[in-house]
Design a protein. Structure first.
Length: 164
């Protein structure tokens, strides 16, 4: 069972990495063309700022989930550095479990919010694209973060009991 979670966690991480690369390239292309068109041709793209903002927000949320996957989230670890041995491992797992509950709560609230009818009809002012696409990506990133945190909290415990 752990191997399935490990494979899913790795594939989800790979998917997030490619999604981050795609978002970064798209954001770079949009903003570069916006600068070129605005300052050299005096013909700015009327939708560039809004789309760039939505991409940047999605990039941030997916990036947090990916950082949880690779274990590079920003944290204050002064307490963890003072505690050595098994207590450090237990405290780290406890922090993963607390973060998991917070992420699951945000996932649930986001799903409830996304299913509201007024959110489904929200449309972008400049592009007339339904905004629930972007909102759904944010909720997906919370679920993805929850999966990564669940794997980080449970996998080491299972690995230690299997090796005995």
């Amino acid at each position: 069972m752990l191997k399935i979670f490990s494979v899913l966690d790795n594939y989800l991480g790979i998917f997030e990495k490619w999604l981050l690369i795609l978002f970064t390239l798209t954001l770079t292309l949009i903003m570069s063309s916006q600068v070129l068109l605005r300052y050299f041709f005096s013909e700015p793209l009327f939708w560039a700022e809004e789309v760039s903002l939505q991409i940047l927000i999605a990039l941030s949320f997916v990036g947090v989930s990916y950082l949880a996957h690779v274990g590079q989230l920003v944290r204050v670890d002064i307490v963890l550095s003072l505690i050595k041995g098994k207590n450090n491992v237990f405290l780290s797992r406890g922090l993963h479990i607390v973060a998991l509950f917070i992420s699951l709560t945000l996932s649930y609230v986001g799903t409830q919010w996304l299913s509201r009818p007024e959110v489904g009809t929200d449309i972008s002012a400049t592009t007339s694209i339904p905004l629930w696409y972007n909102y759904a990506l944010l909720v997906f990133s919370f679920y993805s973060l929850s999966f990564h945190l669940f794997y980080k909290a449970v996998a080491p415990i299972v690995l230690e009991t299997e090796s005995c």
